[in-house]
Design a protein around this ligand. Sequence first.
Ligand code: URA
Length: 247
Amino acid sequence: MSTATERREQLKEVFREASGCVRCPLSETRTTVVFGAGNADADLMFVGEAPGANEDRTGLPFVGQAGRLLEQLLGEIGLVREEVFIANVLKCRPPGNRDPRPSEIETCRGYLHRQLELIQPRVICTLGNFSTKLLRGDPTGISRVHGQPEVRVIGPRAVRLFPIYHPSAALYTRSMLDTLRADFARLPELLALEPPPQPAAVEPIPAVAPEPLVEEPADLLEEAAEDAARNGETEAPVASEDQLGLF
Ligand code: URA
């Protein structure tokens, strides 16, 4: 069992690895890898589809109109984005915002799974079809499963999955927004539930007691940039600290 501090350090490693990823052709057309951002020890994690133009430019997820709606809905349940972790199925923007291709989803899947394993959220909120189908491991569309929480084993952990509509779908359709808002309103009750029973542990018991968590959860991306600067890397893995600077 690792501490939150250890998990955050490992997540930073994954961030550095993803930042230079050339595993698929999207690396040739992207500007910036959009790893995800937020609290590395979040109870609630959102998984969207793929970066759009704003995200590709800034390196941060959900910074356009859909992101503003996401922030507003979070505010309505008393949360701010600094408290949650926001990621996507794909870490690079598909050209022209086309749908992610199965081969891209497959190639990128490892990053998302490592994020889930290290952040260990209690609730994963999938936004729209792509993340819902991927994490449920089932082709059923979002309109049939939204608002229905379920426990799924993803990698080594059991987690509460809560599929909801993608905020971009709700931007221009009133009824969709009402549905999204009603689903969102159930999040506090899901977060308050006991964590689901975990499958039998596979990790060995550590030889020494893990150090207590003394640090506050900090901005993962900011720390990674600071590390890069300390190590004399003039080319930080993301473009600049300004571009990290949501929180
Ligand atoms: N839509 C997504 O699915 N993800 C983003 O980061 C932005 C818009």
